[in-house]
Design a protein around this ligand. Structure first.
Ligand code: DGY
Length: 323
């Protein structure tokens, strides 16, 4: 049996960190078998005896997984800024370090959020569909008119790094009035001239409401029938954070009944969303397959940082970006 420390890699790595890892022969790398379902039983099987886990948001790192790994496990490193898939308390109780990848994905995710905002406010996905399905030019099939950002109130649930970088991009489209709801005050508020409001005011005042916050048990289904009903009837809801913020059946109803105007989602719950879900077929709902950070440059940077974290942790060193 190999005496080398073992590293479980649960995801296909981007090219740069993959190459780095190929050149390291002081550790044994256990790659998740291609196509194998990520059940807790399978996770427990592969993690046995590992000193490090390199994973991402689709991997549930529970206390059972940590127990299955055994005493050798020193570090869990996720290739993501979100970390709700990791039981941090269980890691802490066992002295296991946890790393994540903040900052390096801010720009790519803000690009996606701003793009999705523009797509949703201008009805771009339905406009593209109308060209493909022959509605273009048929008078009765005229597309609804879109909305521009000058003079509109852009609300952020969670004005952190990604929200701020999104607001800067939307300024180029004429957005100038920003409000936000954070637990405390945002360090980015002054630069944007953004006003902090309570959640009911965020719902009532936003013409465009963008979710760029971390999901917690309290914020699960924050957007449901009762709260959606408090939004403006032309409001556009954009979510690039986590699907769990939104009760999807309630959103589908709100969009089809004109309770709100449109939605743009890069995240759903579960992922992938069932293709037969009503949201997928609504003309005023744009759904992307969780591509927030999906550029070659950013995924390489995230992979590099996560690999650095896991190697440091396996070596008993401090992580560059610990949780
Ligand atoms: C993150 O980093 O949390 C992203 O949502 C994963 O793509």
């Amino acid at each position: 049996m190999s005496q080398k420390p073992r590293l479980l890699v649960t995801i296909p790595l981007p090219p740069k960190p993959r190459k780095t890892l190929q050149n390291i022969d002081s550790i044994e790398v256990v790659h998740w078998p291609e196509g194998e379902v990520k059940t807790s039983e399978n996770m427990a099987k592969h993690v046995q005896g590992c000193s490090g886990i390199l994973c991402s948001v689709g991997d549930k790192i529970t206390s059972e997984v940590l127990d299955a790994a055994g005493e050798a496990l020193k570090v869990v490193s996720t290739v993501s800024v979100g970390y709700e898939h990791i039981d941090l308390t269980a890691c802490k109780n066992r002295g296991i370090q946890v790393g994540y990848t903040p900052d390096v994905l801010t720009d790519a995710t803000a690009d996606t959020t701003a793009t999705l905002t523009m797509m949703a406010t201008r009805g771009i996905s339905d406009a593209i569909a109308s060209v493909k399905d022959g509605r273009w030019g048929k008078p009765r099939a005229a597309l609804p008119l879109g909305m521009q950002l000058p003079g509109k109130i852009i609300g952020f649930l969670g004005l952190g790094r990604i929200g701020y970088a999104t607001a800067l991009r939307l300024r180029a489209f004429g957005a100038s009035q920003f409000i936000y709801h954070n637990r405390g005050t945002s360090r980015f508020a002054d630069d944007l001239g953004a006003r902090r409001v309570e959640f009911p005011q965020l719902l009532a005042q936003s013409d465009v409401l963008i979710i760029t916050a971390s999901l917690t048990s309290e914020s699960r289904h924050l957007f449901r029938k009762e709260t959606l009903a408090q939004m403006k009837s032309h409001a556009v809801l954009v979510n690039t954070a986590r699907g769990g913020f939104i009760h999807q059946e309630d959103l589908a109803e709100a969009l089809s009944q004109g309770i709100i105007g449109a939605a743009g989602l890069d995240v759903t719950d579960p992922e992938p969303i069932d293709p037969s879900h009503p949201l997928v077929h609504l003309p005023n709902c744009t759904i992307l397959p969780h591509i927030g950070s999906a550029t070659l440059e950013t995924r390489n940077a995230m992979g590099d940082l996560a690999l650095e974290n896991v190697l440091n942790g396996m070596d008993g060193k401090a992580l560059s970006t610990p949780l």
